[in-house]
Write a protein that binds this ligand. Structure first.
Ligand SMILES: [Zn+2]
Length: 182
């Protein structure tokens, strides 16, 4: 298994501005997730390019299927699309291109969505919560996509850049300072 190392870097003015934008877009993904009719879990995604939202998505069944995500209390229907997949396939039907775009997601992407993210030419991924499985994020790191875990606590956002380091044998989460108020 590929392991990611988390590291903190010092921010300059440009990076702080980017952090402000990132935190706002991320908050928007949480609002967008409210569109999802899935009960077990609501996920939202926004695709941003040149400071424009070019696509959006939330988890749900494909077009034309009933708006019910769960087979029973514990199981999600196998054909439910994840928010990232919906955002990427939606842009494919538009005149926009996801090439070089940033994907904002409420939670870290799974392996299947990470494959799509790589193939869609997305260069940057910002997510709010770490999902229990890390293999998708590991794959993005291997594809040299910039991956940022932007975690929030009491309205303050802290960016943690995730990078691959082959020499690391364990997963280390480091989050020191550099907290920027919203
Ligand atoms: Zn997924």
């Amino acid at each position: 298994m590929y392991l990611c190392r988390l590291k903190h870097k010092l921010m300059d003015a440009h990076e702080k501005k980017q952090l402000l934008l990132d935190s706002r877009y991320l908050r928007m993904t949480r609002i967008w997730a409210e569109n999802s009719y899935c009960r077990r879990r609501q996920v939202g995604a926004l695709l941003v390019k040149d400071k424009m939202i070019i696509s959006d998505g939330y988890n749900g069944t494909p077009s034309g299927f009933e708006n019910v995500c769960e087979e029973d209390a514990d199981h999600t229907k196998p054909y439910v699309l994840h928010a990232e997949a919906n955002a990427i396939t939606k842009v494919a039907r538009s005149n926009n291109s996801s090439e070089g775009a940033t994907l904002y997601i409420t939670t870290s992407p799974c392996m299947e969505c990470s494959k799509l993210i790589i193939q869609a030419g997305i260069r940057r991924v910002v997510f709010g919560e770490y999902y229990r499985m890390h293999d998708g994020v590991d794959l993005l790191c291997r594809a040299n996509i910039e991956v940022i875990h932007l975690w929030e606590r009491d309205g303050e956002f802290t960016p943690v850049t995730i990078t691959v380091d082959n020499s690391e044998t364990h997963y280390q989460e480091v989050a020191k300072s550099l907290i920027l108020s919203k």
